[in-house]
Every structure is written in C-alpha cells, then in structure tokens.
Design a protein around this ligand. Sequence first.
Ligand code: PGA
Length: 256
Amino acid sequence: MNRPLVVGNWKMNGGPAGSLQLARQIVRQLKSQPARADLVLAPPFTSLASVVQALRHSTVKVAAQNSHWAESGAFTGEVSAPMLEEIGCHYVILGHSERRHVFHESCGMIARKLAPVLVHGMRPILCVGETSSERRRKRTLQVVTAQLDSALKGLAKGVIDKVEIAYEPVWAIGTGQNATAEQVDEVHSSIRAYLKSWLGNAKGRVVRILYGGSVKPENASTLAEITEVNGFLVGGASLDAESFLAIARAFSAPAK
Ligand code: PGA
C-alpha cells in the first residue's frame, strides 16, 4: 500500500510571518495527534526558506508551487530547481491548473520542468485535470492521458516512482464543488491503468495519485476511501491548521 501524501497548497496567501505561524501550528497539533500520512506544505516563494527552517526537526516537508526549467539565466520573475534545492525544498508542484489556465503554461513548458526537479533531488507533484467544458464533451480521460503523456514520456522509467500525480478537475478547484466519488474513482483508476500498462504492474502501482479540488474535512473521508486515492492536494482548507489536519487524518482508517 502507498503511504498517503497530503499537500497544503497555500497559493499566494501569507507573508513569512503568517506562514511561519501556520506551519508551527500544524507541527504543534501534529505532536498531540500524529497523522498516518506524509505531510507537505507549499507556501509562497517568499516564505519557503523560513518554513523549511521551522520544519527542520519535523516530519513535515516543504514544496514550492512552481519552478523554471532552466538552471539560471535571463528569466525575470522565475525561480529554478537548484535554487529550491539549495534552500531545502523537497517537492515542487508543477502544472497546477492556475499555472496552465491563468498563466498559459503549455503541456510542453510543464514537460520541460519535471527533469530539473528530479535532477536536483526533489519530487515533482504533477497536476492534471480537465475543464468543465472538456468534461461536458466527455473528453476527461483523453485530456488527462494527453497531459500525462506529454509530461512523463520524456522521463526515464526508472525515475517515475519519484513523481507524484495530482488529479485536479479545473471546475472543482476553489469552487466548493468537489468531484463525486464516482468521478474521482473513474479518473484515478484510469490513471493507475495508464501507469501499469506503461511501467508494468509493480512499478505502476507505487506512484501516488492525489485528488485535489474543494477537499474539506467534510468530504475527505469519503474521498479517502476510494481505492486509487493516495492523498490530497488541498488549497483553501489548508490555510487553517485544524482543517488541514482533519483532512490528513481521513487516511487514518485501516489500510485499503
Ligand atoms: P481548493 O484548491 O482545495 O481550494 O479547491 C485545490 C488546489 O488548487 O490545489
């Protein structure tokens, strides 16, 4: 069984002082009631270094919300994988729907970002997911498969177990409307089948598939019971220590 992974994506919320406070609250509450999941916090860039420092004696790890494909150079406003490695990041979220749809990152751009993250010893959290119009046109599985193909097929098969995949339907992000258990089950099973057919059963089984999109303490247990849900990528609800940990504890049930 894969150990669950629960990631809090703080997006563009909070400066270093607020981020530190939230990270410390999470660590404090975890001590009194541990979670049976790997926990990762993704603060904004300006808070990363101080949150890494604050978490250095804890099991909670830190993710960046994006990185550039180049090591350095004339890319105003960007941050590279070696810079994130240097400050002690462990994960990088790539291809989040806000990057794809608000900042027009193409599949090609996202594909170029994975290898540098891996080369610098971090784990990419690759986000995939369809828009509402793609779902209405019954193109969900096609869209998700194409996004996986373009991001993963350029990588060596030997490193795929370092990649985390997050299925995040665009229409469910920040809307309060999570995908139903049937919808999540269908897409996660199809991603698992894709991984197994490409990598073989053993290797295809170890990649974690997270769900993201309006995950809340109220719906986390139902979603966590779905066989191929190996964790969550949480936005809004991760900005509150108690609700983030309540979501993480949805995985405290006996192994599936
Ligand atoms: P949400 O965001 O939980 O606020 O819907 C999820 C995400 O963007 O990763």
